[in-house]
Structure formats: C-alpha cells, structure tokens
Ligand binder design. Structure first.
Ligand SMILES: Cc1cc2nc3c(=O)[nH]c(=O)nc-3n(C[C@H](O)[C@H](O)[C@H](O)COP(=O)(O)OP(=O)(O)OC[C@H]3O[C@@H](n4cnc5c(N)ncnc54)[C@H](O)[C@@H]3O)c2cc1C
Length: 479
C-alpha cells in the first residue's frame, strides 16, 4: 500500500516532513494538490500569488516525477468536497495512509479536521507534521501555561526553547521504486487547474521554485545578513532577504532559514555577525503570529485581539480608501509604498507599518479594509503575518503598545529614505524636488495635496482611543 501526501503551502522537496516520512517508507508515494475555489475567494488570494503557486507546481511536478512520485492536481468548488475527493483518490491509488503538514488559521484547521474525521471513519491512517513554524503552536507558554499576547516575552521563551533543539532539516525524499509510481487517476493539467482564475505573472521579479528560494537564502546569508540590523529599515536598500513569497508558498522552510542563518554565524545564536540575531528575531515574529491564530482564533473571524477595541469608531469611506489604494494620498512615502505594492506584489516591512498606520490612525479607516487589500495584492500574502501586522498597526492586536504610538509618515520618510531615493523610484512626479523637500512637498502640478492633516488626525485618533481605553478601565478596573 502506498502513502498519499497532500501538499498545500509546502511546495518543496527538501525539509518537507510529510513528504520525507512518506517517502522514507519506500512503499510508493502519490502526491496531491487540491485547489479550492471558495478558499481563493474567501481568502482574497492575490492573482500574483496564485500565479506564483502555478509556477511552483509546474516545477514541483517535474521534480517529484524524478523521484518516482506522481503529483495529481484536483480542483474543488467548496472545501467541504475535499475529504471525499482525497478518500476517493486514496482508494483508487491503493494508499492506506495520508500525510500532510499543518496549517493554522481557522478555516484551514476546520478543513483539516473534516479530512481527519473522514479518514478515521474510512480506516485511512493519517499523520500531521509541523513544517510551517520552527516551534509548533502550543509549545511556547508562560509560567502559567498560557499563551503569550506580547512578542518580547514570547521571543525570550522561544529562544530558550529553540536554542536547545537539534535542528537539522530533512533532506530530499528518497526515490521511490519505479514499479510503484504509475497512476490510474487522471488529475487535471496545470492549465485546467488554473482555468478562469485571475493570474498575474511576476516571474521577472519572483522566479519560482525551491532552487530559487535556496539560492536567495544563501546569497542573503553570504552577503547581506551582516548588515541586516543596520540597513533593514531603509526601503531603498536591498537589505532584507525578500524570502517572504517563498516562505508563504513553502518553497523554503523556516527551519532551513534558521539553520542557514546560524551557519553564517558559526552556529552562534548571538554575538558574531550583528545582523544574524536580528534576522532570527524576524523568524520569531513569523512563528509568533502563527501561534496567535491558534491561541486566539477570533482574529480569524475578522475580530480584534483586544476585545475592548471592538467599539472603536472606524470609518469606511470608500473614496478615501481608494486614494490610499492607488497611492494618491499626497503623502509621498505612503504613495511610493502603495505603488511598490501595485507594481511588484510586495512591500518593504517598514512601509507596511507606515501605510497601515496612515490608513488606520490618520484616515481612521477600518484595518480590515486594509488587511483585505493587502491580501488581494501581496505575492507573499500570509493570513497570520498579515493579520498580525494589521492588528499591530491598528493597536487592536498583540502589541503592548499603546495606541498613542502613531508613526508620522513624513518623519519616517526623512529618517528611512533620507535622500528620497525610494520615493523618486515610485513617484516620478516628485523627481525634481530636493532631498529635503521631497518628504513634505510644496504644491507640484500633477501630484495631489495631502488628503489629511497629519497632526490633527493623529490627535483625534488618540482621543478616541483614550475614551475607549478609559471606558475599559472603568469596566474592568484594570490597566
Ligand atoms: C501591515 C503588515 C502586513 C504584513 N503582511 C505580511 C504578509 O501577508 N506576509 C508576510 O510574509 N509578511 C507580512 N508582513 C511582515 C513583513 O512585512 C514581511 O514578512 C517582510 O516585509 C518580508 O520581507 P523579507 O522577506 O525581505 O523579510 P526579512 O526582513 O528578510 O525577514 C525574514 C522573514 O521573516 C518573516 N518576517 C519578517 N518580519 C515579519 C513580521 N513582522 N511578521 C511576521 N513575519 C515576519 C518573513 O517570513 C520574512 O520573509 C506584514 C507586516 C505588516 C506590518
């Protein structure tokens, strides 16, 4: 009997525990990928991300075939159809076990529970592995056994636990015997799988595949990681790894990233090259938000993590929202960032915070509108990281930080794009301005005036949060 491996956002051969363990048994493996139309709609998967998945599958299908593992492509309308389709495939292809790697947002957990129940009822053995995080949800707890709500404390505990673990990534899945790789099922072709879906090919910026991801990782660890701490906040510098799209579809694993970073520092977690510990800190943020969606599943239902912020009077002004989306706010750094997103499917981390704070704190527009827009555009769209970033910026989430921490986009611009290089790249209307004037420009023909008074809107938002916070204090008697 063979094993069925269900691939999702783990589109790689190396360090893929579900695939590795199935293949290690050398009794034959069938891999399957199921595209769910409802999930694409509900999760607002960006056309750039869908196309990135398509290109990854094309490569993976060939790579798997070389190891004697056929990849079947299936498409369903509703997630509820998945259990039946997987069980039918398992029966048809003589598989008695189903292996997959865990995903943590609520929809995905519910989908997987349904599959697990159906498998159990049908006598199909199943196994779930953890590859999407370095430490699985539930393993990082405070002294009372509770989940952390604040990153700094989470990170401290995470480092204690992770630094004591042996962390060798799995290698390639062993090749399967030739006689076991024939299929009787006819899945869809890649063209059929993505038929009638909006796709955006950004291959010139984001070439697909595990080899590309690993090459980026080693280039980053060889060249840029040492300066990461000093340069990571400057969007005009190529200082960050730009691995997020690859981590999102799983063509590289976080464990591979961690071990490469440690290797670049002679195995040391701190000391040595300065940027290494800072970069590892980013991988911890990534784990943190995946833990948050499991421990606080309300965040997957469009609710804030901080319940007291539910009553905040967000605005839903479509005209203002459209100006933000299009990069026509009249605040150069915000516009440059929104245009970077539109053109490349990606945005620098510092600017994700700046644009999200501008939308939520200056325009006071509901963070959920911004969260959706990002998901619909980002090639690295990842529910946990995106929701975490938006709730952090809107002060509804995990930050200890207080709502009165509001970035001033002009000050951020002066600090992190001091000579306006990034702004000039994406807002050519302002090209001729001096390095000083470009952050807060005088009237320029063809470029809008600022759509909001930054100072006054900041004060209004703080006052509204303060009122809400005061109300919470009088309700609960605590801070
Ligand atoms: C409003 C907002 C929305 C975001 N949406 C997403 C998203 O949809 N997908 C996504 O992967 N990241 C998201 N992030 C986090 C972060 O901006 C990106 O991961 C980062 O910019 C990716 O660039 P990089 O690969 O060069 O990162 P690097 O700086 O090289 O960091 C390495 C990796 O660590 C992880 N990481 C870094 N910062 C964070 C963070 N703050 N939270 C979680 N993981 C992090 C990413 O996987 C990243 O690839 C969001 C942040 C904010 C503030």
């Amino acid at each position: 009997m063979r094993a069925l491996v269900w691939l999702r956002n783990d589109l790689r051969l190396r360090d893929n525990p579900a695939l590795y363990h199935a293949a290690e048994e050398r009794q034959g493996v069938v891999a399957v990928y199921v595209l769910c139309e409802r999930f694409i709609e509900r999760h607002e998967t960006a056309p750039a991300r869908l196309d990135f998945i398509r290109r990854h599958l094309s490569i993976l299908q060939k790579d798997l075939a070389q190891r004697g593992i056929p990849l079947v492509l299936l498409r369903v309308r509703e997630a509820g159809e998945i259990p039946t389709r997987l069980l039918a495939l398992a029966r048809h292809e003589n598989c008695d076990r189903l292996y997959f790697n865990a995903e943590y947002p609520l929809d995905e957990l519910n989908r997987d529970r349904q599959v697990a129940d159906a498998a159990l009822a049908d006598g199909l053995h199943f196994k779930r592995f953890h590859d999407r995080v370095i430490l699985p949800p539930g393993e990082v707890r405070n002294g009372q056994g509770e989940p952390y709500r604040v990153f700094t404390a989470f990170k401290k505990r995470w480092l204690q636990l992770a630094s004591g673990l042996a962390m060798a990534p799995h290698g390639l899945p062993p090749r399967q015997p030739e006689t076991l790789n024939s299929l009787t099922t006819r899945g869809l072709s890649l063209e059929q799988l993505f038929q009638r879906l909006a796709l955006r090919d950004l291959a010139h910026l984001w070439p697909a595949g595990e080899e590309q991801a690993l090459a980026r990782l080693s280039e980053f660890c060889d060249e840029a990681i040492g300066d990461y701490k000093a340069l990571r906040d400057f969007p005009a510098e190529p200082a960050t790894s730009e691995l997020s799209p690859y981590l999102a579809v799983g063509s590289v694993s976080p464990r591979q990233c961690l071990t490469a970073a440690l290797r670049a520092n002679d195995g040391r977690w701190d000391g040595g090259r300065e940027g290494v510990a800072t970069w590892i800190g980013e991988l911890v943020w990534r784990d943190f938000y995946q833990h948050v969606v499991v421990d606080f599943p309300q965040v997957c239902q469009r609710k804030p993590l901080q319940t007291y912020t539910e009553g905040f009077p967000w605005r839903w002004d479509q005209a203002d929202f459209n100006r933000w989306r299009r990069g026509e706010t009249g605040i150069p750094i915000v516009d440059a960032a929104m245009r970077q997103l539109a053109q490349t499917g990606w945005m620098h981390n510092r600017l994700r915070m700046v644009t999200a704070m501008f939308l939520t704190k200056n325009l006071r527009i509901d963070w959920r509108m911004g969260e959706s827009w990002f998901m619909s555009q980002l090639i690295d769209g990842d529910f946990s990281a995106n929701n975490g970033g938006w709730q952090w910026s809107a002060s509804t989430g995990t930050d200890a930080a207080p709502y009165f921490r509001i970035f001033n986009p002009v000050t951020q611009s002066e600090r992190f794009d001091p000579n306006g290089r990034f702004i000039r790249k994406y807002v050519p209307e302002l090209k001729a301005l001096s390095d000083k004037a470009i952050h807060d420009p005088p009237p320029v023909s063809g470029y809008p005036k600022p759509m909001v008074d930054l100072k006054a809107s900041r004060q209004d938002t703080i006052a509204l949060f303060k009122a809400l916070h005061g109300h919470r204090k009088s309700e609960t008697g605590d801070e």
